[in-house]
Design a protein around this ligand. Structure first.
Ligand code: ZN
Length: 242
């Protein structure tokens, strides 16, 4: 079984289409979506339609929850709040019905766990960026592999016995007795200084996880956000991936 793992799309249709194409070329059997389909980008409704068509296992992200009015956005920064309010009016009743369905955590085939932000109190949307933060989620991980998003920065952590290590290579191999937490990065709003869209392929039979990057039409995505009248910071950062 080959899984295509992707998330943090954030309404960026240009990036999502390129990632779907790339995952199809990778002969993916099943799609796992890590949430935040909407928020920031100009095509939230179209992105929901694309994701639905893949029939993925999907978990809900904080921006999805905010869009359907199930998350208090007073703690969001002002431009993120403005983006949420814009997004709400861009979504139809069917979009909203789809967005509010997913759970915070899903276990797939008893072997893979997916969640948006953190396994420790998933509804609080904390981050996993350090070995210490990874340890808090490893404590709740019941499968060998877990995938998550939220920070928009690709990163992986391995745990052997009680030792947790940060991994930075794009190619990861699973080894018996070692569990892994992997963030493949963001499709529609990368923040690791690389503007290319990110996703991962998990080959469960080969025991490999490959984090991939693909170029997409950043300028087109930027122009749409600008035309929607959203704050400049939202489109400006796309070209640098910050
Ligand atoms: Zn996100």
């Amino acid at each position: 079984m080959r899984y295509g793992v992707f998330g943090d799309i954030h309404g960026n249709l240009e990036a999502l289409d390129i990632v779907i194409e790339a995952m199809r070329r990778e002969r993916v059997d099943r799609f796992l979506c890590l949430g935040d389909i909407v928020g920031y980008g100009a095509n939230p409704s179209e992105c929901i339609a694309r994701v639905r068509a893949l029939d993925p296992v999907v978990v809900i992200g904080n921006h999805d929850l905010a869009a359907v009015g199930m998350l208090d956005i007073s703690a969001f920064n002002p431009f993120a709040r403005e983006a949420v309010l814009w997004c709400r009016q861009a979504l139809g009743p069917e979009d909203l019905a789809f967005l509010e369905q997913p759970n915070l955590v899903e276990i797939v085939n008893d072997t893979v766990t997916i969640f948006h932000a953190s396994l420790a109190l998933p509804e609080q949307f904390g981050y996993i960026q350090t070995p210490e933060e990874a340890a808090q989620s490893f404590a709740f991980l019941k499968t060998r592999v877990g995938f998550f998003g939220h920070s928009h920065v690709p990163v992986a952590f391995s745990k052997a016995m009680r030792r947790i290590e940060l991994k930075t290579t794009p190619e990861l191999s699973l080894v018996d007795g070692i569990s892994m937490l992997v963030n493949p990065g963001s499709v529609g709003q990368p923040r690791d200084g690389d503007s290319r869209a990110a996703f991962a392929v998990y080959d469960a039979d080969a025991g490999t996880i490959t984090c991939r990057r693909v170029r997409y039409d950043v300028e087109r995505a930027q122009a749409k956000i600008r035309e929607a009248g959203l704050p400049p910071i939202i489109w400006e950062r796309l070209s640098q991936g910050i």
